[in-house]
Every structure is written in C-alpha cells, then in structure tokens.
Design a protein around this ligand. Sequence first.
Ligand code: SF4
Length: 291
Amino acid sequence: MKKTLSASDIRTLDECELAYKNRSKGRRKAPDNLFEVVGDTVHAAVAVKPEERAQVIAQFLEKLPEEEREEAQGIVEELVATADELEEESDATELKKENQLSWFDPISGWTLKAKPDDTGMTTNDYGREIPMVLDKKTAIHPKFKGRRAALRLLEKYKKQVFFFGLVYSMEKGYYGPIKLVVRFLGDPGDRVPNDMKFEGTDTELWFWYSPKGTERSLNEVRSIIKRIETARAKNEFRANTGFHCYTCPYREACQAFQAWDANRSDMDRPAAARRGQVVATILPVVQPKTA
Ligand code: SF4
C-alpha cells in the first residue's frame, strides 16, 4: 500500500476523496490535453541543459495529436524563454534543478515527498542568506485574475509551497526560515491587475516558511494521513462532484461525475465541455507532478 504523501496528493484529497483513491492506485487517466502537455514539457525543458531541450520538447509533444504539436511548440518555446529571462533576473544563487525532496516520518510511518522546480539560496530583508524553494507555474500571476479566482489560487499555491518548505526543512535538518517562491511564466497580456496585495513582483509570489510552524504543519499532515488510513480501512472514498470535475483526469470513468453532469444544462458547463472537447482552459495550467 502506498505510504507516501505529496502536495498534489493533498490537493487532490481536498478536492475529492475518490479522485485521490484513483490517483494513489495509478488508475488510467483521461488522455493529456494540450495545456497539460505544455505544462509538463516546459517543466522538463527548463530542467535540462539548453542543448538538450529540443529533443526533450519533441519527445514530450509526441503525446499530442500531430495537428496540435506546432501550436504547442510555440507556446512551450515562449514559456521556456520567459523562464530563462526570469532566472537571469533573479538574485538566487546555488540553484539546483528539480530536486526530489523526501522525509520519512517515524510517527506516521509515511514518507513526505516534494518536488519543487529549484532550490537555492537567496537574501532576506535583513541581508541574511537563507534557503529558497522555487516552484514555476505556466499560469499567470493571481494579481491578474478576478478576486475570487485569485483567492482560491493563493490558497492553493500557499498550501503547496508550505508543504515543500516543510519537507525541505525536515529532509535537510534545517530549522531556520525559508523563502518560498512561486514564479509565473504566463503572459497576462492586457489584463488589469486586481486590487489585492501580494508580496512579490508581477511574476512572483513570495511566502516565508518559519520553523515555528513546523510542529503544527506536521500535525496537520499527520491528520491528513489518518484520514486516508481511515478511508482505506473502510474502503470509503467519497466522490465530491463540482465544477472541478471538468478538469479531473478520472472524469471519463467516473459514474458520480456522469450522473451529476447529466443533470446540468449545457449553459452550466464550461464552454469547451459544451463543444464536447477536453476541458483545459478554465483553470490555470499547473504542472501535474508525481511528488
Ligand atoms: S470526476 Fe469529480 S467526482 Fe469523479 S473522481 Fe473526479 S473529482 Fe471526483
């Protein structure tokens, strides 16, 4: 039985227990759509040396039907160029790509896993060198979204990077502050920013991990693990239907979704679903990760 927990597992469980069960059992997903493939490709491409990128991009794009590859390649190249530019502008040092961080929790018997895009060092407001954990999104900064969407995303990103911070801290045995950075590669175009206050820049969100919160975070993680173990013992994973189902990778075989969707009018569905296509555009593209 799988006894590992990642930020993606927690996000999936929060959304729907049944989707978590499917994920943890490695059930077959709906085929990747263009935006998911673009997200995966960008993350893979920025993690390798520039001279290896063309090959990596071509390999990833093979997952798409041939007629979509050219469009996808254009988007990928643009996002990769933005990632390079932002990396050059950053003051981070000792950057390491695609680290797999993991820590075995002796109390729960589970291993916590985190895969941020980069880790490195940076300077805090007091001029002190501290570790930095960075995650890249192919989406746009929440400041260019509507208030409701921005708040939802903020919560989601925060949970993810704080989990990364926790695993980093436990794996390294480092008990000081960590700068948690979410970097956005998407171009907001002409969108007008909302009136919310964010710490960071137009392309980054910053959070600060404090070791004072470690005990509380560990307790929260352990209660999530308990919840999973209880659900497993009873084999009871509740289906939680809602708008999020339209982006769920398990929707095609999900009876709860089919029943829920059948009672909705066409106008209640996202535009892409009305056209009978795979839905990809209603949520920002974030990289699906295994850890
Ligand atoms: S389609 Fe909806 S109800 Fe079904 S597994 Fe996915 S999120 Fe859960």
